[in-house]
Design a protein around this ligand. Structure first.
Ligand SMILES: N[C@@H](CCC(=O)N[C@@H](CS)C(=O)NCC(=O)O)C(=O)O
Length: 294
């Protein structure tokens, strides 16, 4: 095992600004706003405050899927919350989500705006509102909710556990990487076995369970998070790979992945979305700005 510097925890933990490594500038042990900043409000029924991370992408994919089905009530403005700049601690954002994490949705469709935070709650709220992507039969609905909540409980081991210690921690600690790689590989196997016998997570129907799981576990397979596909031998999960690639081909998924995105190829970034036409215009602008596509 690697040498880990000896650390004896004090009786009471103290916050020393600067600890916390990669995210030290934004991590803090106190909730609540740090500054006054109202949230902007656009013209559509749904106002989304988010960033193009896997948790944010879940919501933009669902909104794009709903729009593709013709649910105009799902029209949305997607505002950028830059978490590295501390936007999640603005007064407007903490009113929308007291937990200061993206995504947060304000649903203006019923008059008085309603807040919804936690990506799983947002997916469920929208699926119920539009009666789509959530089976209604007595066996399908609980199966779908089980996988939705499986994702919400499991992804923190992938992101906050494995991803943090493998990619971001200032020192590589074998114990931590082993602990979380083991758990993440078990989760990948859970999905692989499920998808060996089902086209989608809940059976024959594409649901909010797929929409919640794909941005995290599909991203591992596609090597889009933590550059860990080889380390985790992601290619060996064949059925998960098949499902990942199928979902990546959906037009709504391609659009949803672009929204509030601030990294990766410029032509795949739509930092804010206020109109369905933004995709075409922004893509063209970006391509022209980067000197065209060869
Ligand atoms: N369980 C939450 C997790 C959300 C979350 O962790 N969001 C991250 C970005 S992916 C965030 O906003 N981090 C900002 C911070 O920790 O200050 C959800 O699914 O909505």
């Amino acid at each position: 095992m690697n040498e880990v510097p000896p650390y004896v925890p004090p009786k009471v933990w103290q916050w020393e600004k600067g600890n916390g490594g990669e995210f030290a500038s934004i991590n803090r042990p106190i909730a609540g706003p740090t500054h006054d900043k109202p949230l902007p409000v656009g013209k559509h029924p749904m106002q989304l405050y988010s960033l193009g991370t896997p948790n944010g992408v879940k919501v933009t994919v669902l909104l794009e899927e709903l729009l593709a089905l013709g649910f105009t009530g799902a029209e949305y403005d997607a505002w950028l919350i830059n978490i590295r700049d501390g936007d999640q601690f603005g007064s407007g954002f903490t009113a929308a989500n007291p937990n200061s994490k993206i995504p947060a949705l304000m649903d203006h469709s019923a008059g008085t705006p309603v807040r919804v935070f936690e990506s799983g709650a947002i997916l469920l709220h929208l699926a119920e509102k539009f009666g789509a992507f959530l089976p209604s039969d007595p066996a399908g609905r609980p199966e779908c909710l089980s996988w939705l909540f499986w994702q919400m409980g499991s992804a923190p081991y992938l992101g906050g556990g494995f991803g943090h210690f493998y990619a971001y921690a200032p020192v590589k600690i074998e114990y931590c990487i082993d602990r979380y790689a083991m758990e993440v590989k078990r989760q990948l196997d859970v999905l692989d076995r499920r998808l060996a016998e089902n086209q989608y997570i809940c059976g024959d129907e594409y649901t909010i369970a797929d929409i919640a799981i794909w941005p995290w576990y599909g991203a591992v397979v596609l090597n889009k998070v933590y550059e860990a596909a080889e380390f985790l031998d992601a290619a060996s999960y064949k059925h998960l790979g098949r499902w990942t690639r199928e979902i990546a081909e959906r037009d709504a998924v391609k659009r949803g992945r672009m929204v509030n995105r601030t990294s990766g190829p410029l032509e795949e970034q739509l930092r804010e979305r206020h109109d369905a036409g933004d995709f075409a215009t922004r893509t063209q602008d970006k391509i022209e700005a980067s000197g065209g596509v060869s």
